[in-house]
Write a protein that binds this ligand. Structure first.
Ligand SMILES: Nc1ncnc2c1ncn2[C@@H]1O[C@H](COP(=O)(O)OP(=O)(O)OP(=O)(O)O)[C@@H](O)[C@H]1O
Ligand SMILES: [Mg+2]
Length: 525
């Protein structure tokens, strides 16, 4: 102990001696130059090198500084003894940060890296268009010189990606809408946003569990499929078409998808978009990791059948109506001319380019979802394989769906209901052809008396079943008819294309090698 104190004292003595020497030998004006020279010599012989990442780069905020701060917050929360705490706007999470002039050691690929948070007072306020903070903040990264390539090649990218992930997890997601039409806000943004708080999840969604698993696996594969999409040269995007009667959960499914992947939603109101170029601009202003939704696509835009080419063509030239479908846009000869002629309209080809064309790849990791109650009204071009990767039919309440609703609304399991009641529910639910929305409304209304709620639900279902029966089979077969027409349309449109399949759950899936992992038992159409 005594020896240690004497070595410290001698080191202090040497430092004091050097300082006195510096002051006596060098006049003040040379002192700074000498220190600079000394530090250069020190750096050239040292086995370490240093990177400075300042908060403000000139007058702009340095994004890398923010990324490092967020990245270190994940390790700082565990190891730090004095931490700064922050909560960003629109965020429900608190992030930790290194306190002023604190140090933390990180390890990347087995290489140790030392981070220091350097804070000093800003002395002279140089001229700037915006006031600069009083403190100068930055991070200094110290690494061994031999590890420099590692940092420059991958460590910084890793930090930026991790920070983006943390930001996404912490930040409340947003629901964007283009209800302002094409006009831009003060920052040149065409979208308005509100925090997205929809409570629908795949747990609350009433649908066949196998079908649900298939969709969840598909989404999981998509979000983790960056290297797959890169390797195969495909744009990192996926399309889903949700169709079925009103109240079967199409919008709820979109919310569940967004909650599952933690993506933002862009709810595109097509009737507010007037030209194809406006549509393109909107697309360019969407961010990655988002779901772009067009609800009720059959109502949003006049997408008539391709067979009506001539009629639509004459309409285009005579009326120049807004939102008129221009059939010549299907990519055939002369489509360029027709496109020009319809510059003031939004066309089907504009919409298809939006989801499929070169512009659809600006940004990445995006999902397109179209919904419709009338799949038979859609142009086959929209249904063709490769356009929408998965066609998901949202059906009337099945017994499986009913079980989920009973569990969610009444907290009822199979054991809580007498066997005959359960069997009667199973028997009558399919015949009743009630939507999950109808069933859930009934359950909400009677949820205080659970047994009564189930009894009355059976009565309602019986009544509906009888009515359906009286109205005749044909009347109730709407969804089968819809599905059949959709499949026929695809066959007609692309009879040579063998890449579309229907799986055993009735899902239509576009052939994608990655998806085969989860769709082993495809039925070829
Ligand atoms: N499959 C479902 N699972 C759970 N709840 C559902 C389901 N379908 C409908 N609901 C309930 O009914 C309400 C309406 O459903 P939703 O808006 O998702 O139907 P939709 O298919 O989008 O109807 P529309 O075609 O009219 O837009 C939801 O708020 C939800 O509570
Ligand atoms: Mg809806």
């Amino acid at each position: 102990m005594k020896e240690m104190w004497s070595s410290i004292a001698s080191v202090m003595g040497v430092i004091a001696f050097c300082q006195t020497l510096l002051h006596t030998v060098f006049p003040p004006e040379l002192r700074f130059a000498f220190l600079k020279l000394f530090s250069r010599i020190f750096l050239s012989v040292s086995s370490y090198c240093y990177f400075d990442i300042t908060e403000i780069d000139g007058v702009n905020t340095n994004e890398l500084y923010n990324a490092v701060q967020l990245y270190l917050s994940s390790s700082a929360s565990i190891s730090g003894s004095r931490l700064s705490l922050t909560r960003a706007l629109n965020s429900s999470a608190i992030t930790f940060g290194l306190s002023n002039n604190d140090v933390i050691v990180d390890t990347y690929n087995g290489v140790p890296l030392l981070w220091e948070h350097v804070v000093s007072q800003r002395h002279s306020q140089s001229f700037s268009w915006r006031p600069l903070p009083e403190e100068k903040r930055g991070f200094t990264l110290r690494i061994r010189k031999k590890d420099k390539p590692l940092v420059l090649d991958s460590y910084l990218d890793y930090i930026i990606e991790t920070a983006a992930d943390i930001r996404r997890k912490n930040q409340d997601r947003l629901l964007y809408t283009n209800s302002r039409g094409g006009s831009l806000d003060g920052r040149g943004h065409p979208w308005e946003s509100v925090p997205f708080k929809h409570p629908s999840t795949f747990d609350t969604l009433a649908m066949d569990p196998d079908k649900k698993d298939e969709i969840m696996n598909d989404l999981r594969d998509f979000s983790s499929g960056q290297s797959f999409y890169q390797k195969t040269g495909r744009a990192w995007k996926r399309g889903y078409l949700l169709y079925g009667p009103p109240g079967t959960g199409k919008s709820s499914m979109i919310a569940a998808m967004a909650n599952f992947l933690r993506y933002d939603i862009y709810d595109l109101e097509l009737t507010e978009v007037h030209t194809n170029s406006e549509l393109r601009k909107l697309l360019m202003k969407t961010s990655s990791k988002s779901i772009i939704v067009i609800e009720d696509i059959d109502c949003s835009i006049n997408l008539t059948n391709r067979n009506n080419n001539a009629a639509a063509k004459s309409k285009t030239s005579s009326q120049k109506t807004k939102h008129l479908y221009d059939p010549a846009d299907m990519g055939g000869v002369g489509s360029g001319l027709m496109e020009e002629a319809s510059n003031n309209t939004i066309t089907l080809s504009g919409l298809l380019n939006f989801t499929d064309g070169l512009w659809s790849c600006c940004g990445s990791e995006r999902i397109f979802v179209f919904t419709t109650n009338h799949i038979e009204k859609l142009d086959p071009a929209l249904l063709r394989s490769g356009r929408m990767d998965m066609h998901i039919f949202m059906s009337y309440c099945s017994f499986q769906s009913l079980k989920i609703l009973l569990k969610n609304y009444l907290d009822y399991d199979e054991d809580d209901v007498a066997r005959p009641v359960w069997e009667e529910l199973e028997r009558v639910v399919v015949k009743a052809r009630m939507t999950p929305a109808d069933v859930s409304e009934h359950l909400i209304k009677h949820r205080r008396d659970k047994a009564k709620a189930v009894r009355e639900l059976i009565d309602v279902m019986r009544l509906k079943a009888e009515r359906n029966n009286a109205a005749g089979e044909g009347n109730g077969a709407m969804e089968e008819e819809q599905e059949k027409r959709a499949l026929d349309a695809e066959e007609d449109d692309d009879s040579g294309d063998e890449s579309l399949h229907q799986d055993e759950n009735g899902l239509l899936i576009h052939d994608n090698p990655r998806m085969e992992i989860h769709n082993q038992k495809k039925i070829k159409m």
